[in-house]
Design a protein around this ligand. Structure first.
Ligand code: IYR
Length: 221
């Protein structure tokens, strides 16, 4: 993990037309990504998940300390318990804990407290952010930009799974502390989100939403 000197950058320069073509091609592919809430139980090759996690692990991060851990949950009994625990929190959230403004913002998405996908989809990837590390003797190692780093890695993971032809759902039961006990993760690991991954159900639908145009999300100065 620690740098051991420097090597030449493995940079592949593209011709300008090729660069434009690839930029447009990537946008065309990534814009088709949709958050899916209805999953098929069809199995997915574990190697695809492993490569997507390897891709996530290449994300830029604070001091290259790689402050994340991914727990891939396939076991049906564990998923059943995660669903039960998540639905307890979600029930309270949708019954009012979220507050009126938040619930109004979510209304167009058609979400509710029920989370059947936590049991249907073949994989739950529980992303943990490691608040600090530990060396061999148990001494704390300070981590930097933990949330940013884990967020970037999760973005890579979502893009990699989409690129591989799978659907995902970023699920954030709130609070998520139960995931430490359920998955026996240490206290320095904080649940970040659950990424549900698999094939969409054959009859899956998604809400009609729009993305802001470039001029609303970017300013060139
Ligand atoms: N955790 C809830 C609520 C939720 C919150 C946001 I912000 C969303 O974009 C979607 C859902 C749930 O998972 O239903």
């Amino acid at each position: 993990m620690t740098a051991e000197g420097f090597v030449p950058l493995d940079f592949h320069e593209l011709a300008p037309e090729e660069m434009r073509r690839r930029a447009a091609e990537f946008y065309a592919e990534i814009r088709r990504r949709r958050t899916v809430r209805e999953f098929s139980a069809r199995p997915v090759d574990r190697g695809v998940i492993e490569d997507a996690l390897r891709a996530a692990g290449t994300a830029p991060n604070g001091a290259n300390l790689q402050p994340w851990h991914f727990v891939v949950v396939q076991d049906p009994a564990t998923r059943h318990r995660i669903r039960d625990a998540a639905e307890v929190e979600e029930r309270a959230f949708y019954a009012g804990r979220a507050g009126e403004e938040w619930l109004n913002a979510l209304a167009p998405l058609g979400t509710n407290w029920q989370k059947p996908f936590l049991e249907t989809a073949p994989y739950l990837i529980v992303v943990f952010a490691k608040a600090y590390g530990k060396d061999a003797s148990g001494k704390k190692i300070k981590h930097y930009y933990v949330q940013e780093s884990t967020g970037i890695a999760t973005g890579f993971l979502i893009a990699a799974l989409h690129h591989a032809g799978l659907a995902t759902l970023t699920h954030t039961p709130s609070p998520m502390g139960f995931l430490n006990a359920e998955l026996r993760r240490p206290a320095n690991e904080r649940p970040f989100l659950i990424l549900v991954a698999g094939y969409p159900a054959a009859d899956a639908t998604v809400p009609v939403i729009t993305k802001k145009p470039l001029h609303d999300i970017a300013t060139f100065v």
